[in-house]
Design a protein around this ligand. Structure first.
Ligand code: C2E
Ligand code: CA
Ligand code: CA
Length: 544
């Protein structure tokens, strides 16, 4: 049968080849003489599953025909895919006497259908999944998770760039953005390109907080410079986000909503994201907008420090000041630190800002010392992220050296919760700082775990009783009992105690009687601009 397309082999009952046809030879490259008496193992492709071969043998030796796709290999080593049918033959008594195998070479068909699949489910320019494949990924993510965010990411001003640079360069730009985004994807994330400069990213099982963080990362990643033929260029993106199942249950409706979000993001200044509207999402957008604005706040000189005196209760002299950060934003006016510090912490911006605070506080102190103002301690608030950063100690010693500040005039305020988070690292850091001569105080004391043994281990010089206890102290006996206990304990451990948020003479008097060393609060002074703080220090220093 010279024209046959099926490669046929006849086997005996021990699965040794007895006979093959011409098509078999054409398909595999083996002449009949070469394969006579051989078992079929030489036809197994090196990468083919041996488990599958085992199953086939078991089934046919049980007398049941088998059919399916298998990977095979030719004499010259090239691989092929065949559709194989194997029929056991039996004697009239029912015993297996041999096998007949019929193989069809389907390699081309397979390649073609893989190509077709690739073509029909992927965008030609970037190779990213298209809308159809994205739908499959969406279905899968929804099946496996509780929440899926659909993030529409649209490049800002792409049309202008495309017109100015030409479409060929525009295409390269799209490809680079696509590869960059695709390569950054994490587990349970998926990306597709649905048209022009519109990318869609699916993020699974994420809390809103996570979605925001991830969106910011992706926007930042997009904005990194791209190397295009003959030039480097940065392009930002705007993003709209809709959440499954809260905002809709089909990919179509979620895309619509994400697109609305995207238009809002574009309208509010681009390089930005917007959730599909709801009150909470408005807040999230505000936070993002503020976070973006915060990035430029330093350069725009919108940040400054205020200084709040810390007064000794014994003689009413000022012992130190606490540097408190202020943001006077162009867009929102005065933003309280309780709003923007957490934002800066979650975006990592606190590292830059914190460094600036330390530097500025030391510069201010140097300026006062140079003016002949009596030396006071400068207390600086430190965030956990800063404190844990490997360069922190280095930063502190640089700032001290730069402004020639005696280390004992710097006091770092750390919160209890922060010291407890990674007690080992904290202890090590605190010991190093202690050895440098820098003072440490535990801020907001009483609101965390207040482990006394840690206080000693952490080598803190001071603890600051949280405002909450002071505020209610004169009418809440429990608070008064707590404050009393903290003061007694600190004194026994030879740690200095400061009460925060003292607003009345009554509170001050009560604290003095309880043996509290220092107080800070509106009763003595609000946080002051540098020049007013300088006057305050001059007026309230112990006579030399
Ligand atoms: P904190 O360290 O507990 O700072 C004390 C806060 O209490 C300050 O608020 C201060 O203005 C306020 N305060 C002082 N005396 C009184 C009083 O008598 N009554 C009342 N009701 N409040 C009083 P502020 O300046 O808004 O700072 C809030 C928080 O922001 C700070 O709490 C601190 O955790 C954080 N923060 C401020 N500056 C920085 C900074 O430079 N870096 C870091 N990481 N955090 C900072
Ligand atoms: Ca503080
Ligand atoms: Ca505090």
């Amino acid at each position: 049968m010279p024209g046959a397309i099926f490669g046929i082999a006849v086997f005996d009952r021990n699965l040794r080849i007895r006979q093959v046809n011409h098509a078999f030879t054409r398909m595999t490259g083996y002449e009949e003489i070469e394969v006579l008496d051989c078992p079929p193992h030489f036809l197994h492709a090196p990468g083919a599953s041996s488990e599958l071969a085992g199953r086939i043998y078991q089934q046919i030796f049980e007398g049941t025909p088998w059919s399916g796709e298998v990977q095979s290999v030719r004499k010259d080593g090239t691989e092929l895919v065949v559709f194989l049918r194997v029929f056991p033959s039996r004697s009239p008594a029912g015993d297996i006497t041999g096998f007949l195998s019929i193989a069809e070479d389907i390699t081309d068909k397979k390649n073609y259908s893989a190509l077709l699949e690739q073509l029909s489910q992927h965008d030609q320019l970037t190779g990213l999944p298209n809308r159809e494949l994205l739908q499959q990924h969406f279905d899968q993510l929804c099946a496996d998770h509780h929440q899926v965010a659909v993030l529409w990411l649209d490049l800002d001003n792409f049309k202008e760039v495309n017109d100015a640079l030409g479409h060929a360069v525009g295409d390269i730009l799209l490809q680079q953005v696509a590869y960059r985004l695709r390569d950054s994807l994490k587990k349970n994330e998926s990306i597709g390109r649905i048209s022009g400069d519109d990318f869609v990213i699916l993020l699974a099982s994420a809390s809103e907080e996570q979605v925001i963080r991830r969106t910011l990362e992706l926007l930042e990643l997009t904005a990194q410079p791209l190397s295009l033929p003959e030039q480097t260029l940065s392009i930002t993106a705007s993003s709209g986000i809709a959440l499954w199942p809260a905002d809709g249950d089909s990919l179509g409706s979620l895309l619509q909503k994400a697109e609305i979000g995207k238009y809002k993001a574009k309208a509010s200044g681009r390089n930005n994201y917007q959730f599909y509207e709801s009150q909470m999402q408005e807040m999230a957008s505000l936070r993002l907008a503020q976070n973006n604005a915060l990035k430029t706040a330093l350069d725009n000189q919108e940040l400054h420090l205020c200084f709040q005196p810390q007064v000794c209760l014994q003689d009413q002299t000022v012992a130190g000041v606490e540097a408190l950060l202020r943001w006077n934003s162009r867009d929102w006016g005065v933003v309280p630190p309780s709003d923007f510090i957490p934002l800066a912490e979650s975006s990592g911006l606190i590292l830059t800002i914190g460094d600036w605070v330390l530097d500025t506080a030391m510069a201010q102190l140097r300026n006062w010392l140079d003016q002949g103002i009596p030396p006071v301690t400068m207390a600086v608030n430190i965030s956990a992220i800063q404190f844990e950063h490997p360069d922190f100690i280095e930063q502190v010693s640089c700032a001290l050296a730069r402004y020639r500040i005696p280390p004992q005039l710097l006091e770092l305020e750390l919160t209890e919760a922060m010291a407890m988070k990674k007690p080992k690292i904290s202890e090590q850091r605190m010991r190093e700082l202690h050895m440098m001569g820098v003072k440490l105080s535990i801020d907001d004391f009483g609101t965390g775990y207040s482990s006394l043994s840690y206080l000693k281990r952490f080598k803190s010089d001071k603890l600051k009783i949280d405002r909450e206890f002071i505020a209610d102290m004169d009418h809440d006996p429990d608070d008064q009992a707590i404050v009393t206990a903290i003061i007694q304990m600190a004194r026994r451990l030879s740690i200095s105690v400061l009460a925060e948020g003292v607003e009345t003479a009554r509170q001050a008097e009560l604290l003095r009687r309880l043996g509290c060393h220092q107080i800070q609060g509106y009763h003595y002074s609000k946080p002051l601009p540098a020049s007013d703080a300088a006057s305050y220090i001059r007026q309230h220093s112990s006579p030399a």
